[in-house]
Ligand binder design. Structure first.
Ligand code: NAD
Length: 365
């Protein structure tokens, strides 16, 4: 594990915001396996149960709000991170309609404060996590490219578009690549990925979580949007992209201080109804009913990323096809619910890395 990504993470001080959440917990687990000194900075885990407690990792875990610049500064002062992965956010579209102020405060002002702490403490590398929803969604069949305009219909998507614009401004104003090593030492990249799935997510209003919770309680899951097409990736896929970009930034390759898309291939974009059929193959007890509610708030339907840039310049590729992605995810929850909370995170990471090696993906070899 320690040799992955050119061995760059071993003994590095890595600060991860949002480590008590779904993606953050997988990221800190992977970083620990690679020998990084991990500092997590987040609010308490947003759900019960939650993956981070189940992992029981040996890391520094700070309970803190990214909107609190003084506390952020203290964490940076104490742990002097070489690299920051910024994942903390209010990430739910429905909740953002109910609570736009907190969504913007966290996702925009919180991001601003994380960047300010990075600037004050001369952090070498920042990997800022936004979303495919940050793009102005034209509801068309083509994928969005990194140079397409930011937008966002609902408050969550718009807040992520704002966070990306903020990253652009910081890249121009303070972390300008032309001025790198002259007036500053920081490289900043923004990474945009779509819906991710995998074990250990209990956030509200997420399809796989809803399905797994319902089946564990012997209930039918109610499906709101059966024809919506989404890209479905295992959580380890964008994480391998974030870590690969982080590697390049730590290697001082300034041309990587840009925006990056990490999405699945076309085959990974399927409808919600197809997802249900797919997961049923691995846990036959799963049952569902379609419950289209005409008064539900607007959610994007067609959303696809063009990942040519990551494929060509980073040589990043998907490791798992959608069948494997659904299989791994369902087995994780099945094990948790039917085998006394046994989690398969370690097995999943090992088999993901082994498959990446077999496919000769650059970060793995
Ligand atoms: N899960 C997905 O499908 C998906 C898709 C695209 C982008 N993203 C992005 O990835 C990141 C992680 O998402 P996730 O799915 O793990 O979300 P999550 O809800 O599971 O985790 C969010 C994390 O942020 C922390 N947090 C929230 N508000 C905070 C605050 N004010 N101060 C400090 N910490 C705070 C929470 O405690 C938690 O650790 C987010 O930036 C999200 O927008 C997620």
């Amino acid at each position: 594990m320690q040799k992955l990504f050119g061995g760059i993470y071993k003994d590095k001080s890595v600060l991860v915001t949002g480590h008590t959440g779904f993606k953050g917990s997988w990221l800190v687990y992977w970083l620990r396996e690679m020998g990084a000194k991990v500092v997590g900075y987040s609010l308490e885990a947003p759900t019960q149960p939650n993956h981070i407690s189940l992992l029981n990792l040996d890391i520094v875990s700070i309970v803190g709000d990214i909107r609190d610049l003084d506390q952020l500064n203290r964490a940076f002062e104490t742990y002097k991170p070489d690299i920051v992965f910024h994942l903390a956010a209010q990430p739910l579209v429905r909740l953002s309609y109910e609570n736009p102020i907190e969504t913007y405060e966290t996702n925009v002002m919180g991001t601003l404060k994380v960047f300010e702490a990075c600037r004050k403490y001369d952090v070498k590398a920042i990997v800022n996590i936004t979303s495919d929803k940050a793009y102005e969604n034209k509801e068309w069949i083509w994928g969005y490219r990194e140079n397409d305009p930011m937008g966002g219909y609902d408050p969550y998507s718009s807040s992520k578009g704002c966070a990306d614009l903020l990253a652009n401004s910081y890249r121009n104003s303070y972390f300008n690549v032309q001025e790198y090593k002259k007036t500053h030492d920081t490289l900043l990249a923004s990474c945009r990925a779509g819906n991710v799935i995998g074990g250990g997510d209990w956030a509200k209003d997420r399809l796989i979580t809803d399905i797994m919770l319902s089946v564990s309680q012997g209930k039918k899951v109610s499906i709101r949007n059966p024809h919506a097409t989404r890209p479905w990736q295992h959580v380890l896929e964008p994480l391998s992209g974030y870590l690969h970009v982080g590697q390049k930034l730590l290697e001082e390759k300034k041309e990587f201080g840009e925006a990056w898309n990490f999405g699945p291939s076309d085959e990974g974009s399927i409808t919600v109804e197809e997802v249900i059929h797919n997961v049923k193959k691995h846990w036959e007890k799963i049952d569902y009913e379609i419950n289209q509610d005409p008064s539900q708030p607007h959610e994007a339907n067609l959303l696809k990323l063009d990942c040519s840039k990551a494929h060509i310049l980073l040589k990043w590729k998907d490791v798992w096809d959608s069948d494997t992605t659904f299989e791994k995810t369902v087995k994780w929850y099945k094990s948790f619910y039917e085998e006394d909370t046994k989690i398969l995170t370690e097995d999943d990471l090992k088999s993901y890395v082994a498959d990446a090696k077999t496919k000769q993906i650059e970060w793995a070899v």
